[in-house]
Design a binder for this molecule. Structure first.
Ligand SMILES: O=P(O)(O)OC[C@@H](O)[C@@H](O)c1c[nH]c2ccccc12
Length: 456
């Protein structure tokens, strides 16, 4: 049964006692963490049918700092509803390799041309190393392969309690699909903006021709982050985002200070495992990127710990979050899940969090937001109001589209927690005696709403 109550009437009642909006008591309530806890109790107590209806509408209930038990139950109920049934596509993957054995036959054309370029880059780097085996830092690093302990810094930075969404913020000047995105004159300054906005990790595209990046960008970002060593939050570990086809690129990434590299299954096919093992042998973590069921099967078989679902179809450049949703149900337990590409709306971030993604990887939207703010004169780091930071905080906030406007969350730079995010949101228990309602019912007030809706 759904009922609605006039908001002002509801607000005047607190634990059965009258309470006026604006009174000391009311403001105390709003800042009382216990009220935030109740938001989730609401969803945990929501009848299954209502939970599934809400999940089907793509809105899961508001997360909270509430009692862990209640929170867990609520989330499980909702995640259960979001799970879709589908089976992993089978097929003989090895037969899918091209004659060179290097690329998968089905590799999208745009990727093939980039990979051909990578083959040349790798050849050049190998020649450089061969010419100076005793001194070349990459050659020296390769000699010591297998002796680098894994710090798992990248994985750890993304391993937060369930229901918490981390952001991997990307430094990306342009892309084959979008053309120019931003100038990013000072990658270190942009990295600092990301850090200040609460990013957990930073991704640096180091491919020059396709994405306008360099390995020096990565070095500058690592150096900037090192300044935060010993502070809280700790430095963001950095991933080298490139098209890895050979272990020498992994050694090079490690040498430049990266904590992780990207491995794209659409490019590597069955070689994914070989490169994943090499990544670990250099002490790094790997983000293993998949786009469909077949990629995912390979990633899982290879033993990927960190799986990224790219929502961008590299054949058509179409972006659809449906890819993340579809593949989510096929993910084994215990993996760290990252949704990648095309995320610009906090509402989408909240949805991905509710699907069970641990992190999102965002490039374009953050770069554009940062540059727009930067053009307000002063440069990324010193801009007092930086829309990019607001966007990052809104992505991370534990809000729901049911209770908050994603756009507003973004402009207000809402921080973690529904309370902070929604500003106006408050939860209260209320004794309702009309219409035979006797039990305490949790209510939610949200900004701009004039009615409260609840079910029992
Ligand atoms: O800028 P976007 O749409 O937020 O996407 C970021 C990131 O996912 C994208 O840059 C990316 C995902 N996988 C890649 C592989 C190579 C190069 C780039 C990518």
């Amino acid at each position: 049964m759904t009922s609605s109550l006039d908001l002002l009437h509801a607000l005047r009642v607190y634990e059965g006692r009258p309470c006026g909006e604006g009174s000391g008591e009311w403001s105390r309530m709003r800042h009382d963490a216990r009220w935030i806890g109740m938001a989730f109790v609401l969803s945990a107590h929501t009848p299954a049918s209502a939970a599934s209806a809400s999940a089907a509408r793509g809105r899961a209930a508001c997360a909270s700092r509430g009692p862990v038990g209640a929170r867990g139950n609520g989330r499980a109920a909702i995640a259960g509803e979001l799970r879709m049934t589908a089976s992993v596509a089978g097929g003989d993957v090895a037969a899918d390799m091209d004659e060179s054995g290097l690329f998968v036959k089905s590799t999208p054309d745009v990727l093939v041309s980039i990979l051909q370029r990578k083959v040349e880059e790798v050849k050049a780097l190998r020649a450089e190393c061969a010419a100076d085996m005793e001194n070349h830092p990459v050659a020296l690093r390769m000699k010591n392969k297998g002796n680098y302990p894994r710090s798992k810094a990248f994985i750890k930075a993304l391993s937060k309690r369930s229901g918490t969404l981390s952001v991997i913020a990307e430094i990306k000047r342009r892309s084959p699909s979008k053309g120019k995105i931003g100038e990013i004159k000072y990658p270190a300054a942009l990295a600092r903006t990301y850090y200040d906005g609460g990013a957990s990790c930073i991704s640096v595209l180091t491919d020059g021709p396709g994405f306008g990046g360099t390995l020096d960008d990565l070095r500058a970002v690592v150096k900037e982050m090192e300044k935060e060593r010993g502070n809280y939050p700790p430095p963001c570990p950095v991933i080298r985002k490139d098209f890895t086809i050979d272990e020498i690129q992994i050694a090079e990434a490690a040498e430049a200070g990266a904590s992780a590299v990207l491995l794209i299954v659409a490019a590597l096919g069955e070689r994914t495992k070989e490169l994943l093992d090499a990544t670990h042998a250099y002490g790094l973590d790997a983000l293993v990127e998949v786009h469909d069921e077949k990629d995912l099967e390979i990633a899982i078989k290879a033993g990927a710990e960190l799986i990224g679902v790219n929502n961008r179809d590299l054949r058509t450049f179409n972006v659809s979050l449906e890819t993340s949703e579809r593949l989510r149900s096929l993910m084994p337990e215990g993996k760290i899940l990252v949704a990648e590409s095309g995320i610009s709306d906090p509402g989408d971030a909240w949805l991905l969090r509710d699907m069970g993604y641990n992190a999102i990887l965002v490039g374009e939207a953050l770069v554009l937001a940062a540059e727009q703010s930067a053009y307000q004169k002063t440069g990324y780091a010193s801009t007092s109001f930086n829309q990019c930071k607001g966007m990052l905080r809104a992505f991370r906030s534990k809000a729901s589209t049911e209770f908050a406007s994603p756009t507003e969350a973004m402009f207000q730079g809402a921080d973690e927690g529904a309370k902070e995010t929604l500003g106006e949101l408050a939860m209260l228990y209320i004794l309702v005696n009309e219409n035979g309602w006797e039990k305490r019912a949790p209510l939610v007030r949200c900004a701009g709403a004039s009615k409260l809706q609840f079910e029992r």
